[in-house]
Every structure is written in structure tokens, then in C-alpha cells.
Design a protein around this ligand. Structure first.
Ligand code: FES
Ligand code: FES
Length: 160
């Protein structure tokens, strides 16, 4: 099968790959770049467990073809969220508020929340619910997840 040359940026690092036309971004991240934080749940764009940020916006990597990416597109995965050993405030908040059980949905949840807070640092409860409703969790109720996002937006978690 013909391969396509594609260049983009992942977690600040340029990547230059030859990919199959049918290869999804999720496959590229997990199988070729060893970035396994994004999880395959439904594989159909419905559950959000494969969410990464594409140019800052939550994107379901299971339904994006890697060959669709343009030179200069920036992908951020959960592996690129912490600053060295310092976790992002939303990661700390999930831990402090007990919003993690099996953790399968957590990378996607955290990245969706991160994108919301970057675009709107003080979202209303309704805005948080609307944003987070695109990600499914099979373990918990959503209360602690929503409280984690609210805690950052109301600065109950240190942003320093
Ligand atoms: S695995 Fe991509 S949305 Fe479910
Ligand atoms: S913590 Fe298990 S699916 Fe959400």
C-alpha cells in the first residue's frame, strides 16, 4: 500500500512519518510514537477516551486520519501536559478530588477540561457540564470529575 508523508508536531516535538492512508492518529500515537495515554474505547468517535488536543481543541484521535494532518499542526497528548515533573493543575485536581478510578477515560477527560479552561478560565457549571459531556466514564458518576474542573476554575487548586 502506498504510504503518505506527513509532518506535524507532537508535544512540542516535530515528527516526520510515512503513514498508511488508513492509519488513524490514535494508531500513530500509540503504535508508532509509543504515546499510549490516549485509549481506544469505542473506536467510533463516540466515547472520548482517545481525545487529544489538535491545535488546542479536543479531538477524537480514533476518527482522524494521520495523513489528514498538515505541516505545523500541533497535537498534545496527556504525556505532554505536565511541565517536567510538575503536573498541570487539572491533573492535580483530578487526583485531589478523587476523579479517577480505573483511569481509562482520564486522559481524554483531563485534555477536554484543559482545553475548556485554556479557552475559558472561569466557565459556568453549565459550560463545564456541556464540555465534559462529550467524554464518557464507565466507572464513576460524573460528580467528582465536574468538581475537579470547577476546583481549577474557581482557583481552589494552586495554579503556580
Ligand atoms: S475511542 Fe475514540 S471516541 Fe471512543
Ligand atoms: S475512571 Fe474508569 S472509565 Fe472513567
Amino acid at each position: 500500500m502506498d504510504r503518505l508523508k506527513v509532518k506535524f508536531v507532537v508535544n512540542g516535538q516535530p515528527v516526520d512519518l510515512n503513514v498508511k492512508p488508513s492509519e488513524t492518529l490514535l494508531e500513530t500515537l500509540r503504535d508508532r510514537l509509543e504515546l499510549t495515554g490516549a485509549k481506544e474505547g469505542c473506536g467510533l468517535g463516540a466515547c472520548g477516551s482517545c481525545t487529544v488536543l489538535l491545535n488546542g481543541l479536543p479531538t477524537r484521535s480514533c476518527i482522524v486520519l494521520t495523513a489528514e494532518l498538515d505541516d505545523g499542526d500541533e497535537v498534545r497528548t496527556i504525556e505532554g501536559l505536565a511541565d517536567g515533573t510538575k503536573l498541570d493543575p487539572i491533573q492535580e485536581s483530578f487526583m485531589e478530588n478523587g476523579a479517577i478510578q480505573c483511569g481509562f477515560c482520564t486522559p481524554g477527560m483531563v485534555l477536554t477540561a484543559k482545553s475548556l479552561l485554556d479557552r475559558n478560565p472561569k466557565p459556568s457549571k453549565e459550560e463545564i457540564i456541556r464540555s465534559m459531556s462529550s467524554n464518557l466514564c464507565r466507572c464513576t458518576g460524573y460528580k467528582k470529575i465536574l468538581e475537579s474542573v470547577e476546583a481549577v476554575s474557581s482557583s481552589k487548586v494552586s495554579k503556580s
